[in-house]
Design a protein. Structure first.
Length: 245
């Protein structure tokens, strides 16, 4: 009986993997960044994923402006791509002083997760989940992931857990991502804009370049002040998920 049970579990596991390998998973998230709420969507299969903003809350009184913003995101192909086999994350560089329209090249699997044991019967969106913690580029995070959906991905750059990430939030409450809907489809096609494969810059090279350019801008700003005010130190806080700038 025990051997039969193990065999059946193994068959179920294989069938489950084949099932998800044939499907595209579409996850809708609510992204809350310092009270600014966006609706985002992750489209993912076993080879790749696309993560993008689909709408922004708080524009109820100006729906035309909201549509213009979202349409511009679509027209400009502004989204984040993960290529699992190539161990790459690709997304456009967006900064005021960026005139080169570069694509940032980052690496997958750079997050060291600590799986939390001892928690049982946890559910999210009606699915069994487990928990994990990590430190990622300046912040500590707590996550819920679903082993029954065996895709090692999640919102934004988060990935690397043995199951789809359904909820993740920083311990300082700066940002959170909460899945609100999960769908499965066999008919979704991945369309990645050609620009993602040209004019790439590695993530840390981009960070160093951005720091230099921000320092130069800051020095220029100081030069416009009267001499007696040029020694004033300013604490400029950048509202970024990754605290590397």
């Amino acid at each position: 009986m025990k051997v039969k049970t193990i065999f059946l579990i193994g068959v179920f596991s294989i069938c489950s993997t084949i099932l998800f390998a044939q499907n595209v998973v579409l996850v809708t998230y609510e992204e809350n960044q310092s009270g600014k709420i966006s609706i985002t969507k992750l489209t993912v299969n076993n080879n790749q994923s696309i993560y993008k903003t689909t709408s922004i809350k708080g524009f109820e009184e100006t729906p035309g402006e909201l549509k213009k913003i979202v349409d511009n995101l679509e027209k400009s192909s502004i989204y984040l791509v993960k290529l699992f086999r190539e161990n790459k994350i690709l997304y456009p560089a967006i900064r005021v002083f960026d005139q080169k329209k570069q694509i940032i090249l980052d690496s997958l699997n750079c997050i060291k997760w600590k799986l939390i044991t001892g928690t049982t019967n946890l559910k999210y969106l009606g699915r069994k989940v487990k928990t994990a913690k990590c430190h990622f580029r300046g912040r500590n995070y707590s996550a819920m992931y679903c082993p029954d959906i065996p895709i090692s991905d999640g919102p934004f750059k988060f990935n690397g857990l043995p199951g789809l990430i359904l909820k993740i939030s920083s311990d300082d409450n700066f940002v959170s991502y909460s899945a609100t809907k999960i769908e499965f489809s066999k008919d979704v096609k991945f369309v990645i804009a050609p620009k993602y494969y040209t004019n790439q810059i590695k993530f840390w090279d981009y960070v160093n370049l951005a720091k230099k350019e921000m320092a130069a801008d800051y020095q220029h700003f100081l030069s416009t002040l009267p001499p007696e005010q040029r020694n004033v130190k300013f604490d400029v806080k950048l509202d970024r998920v990754e605290m590397v700038f």
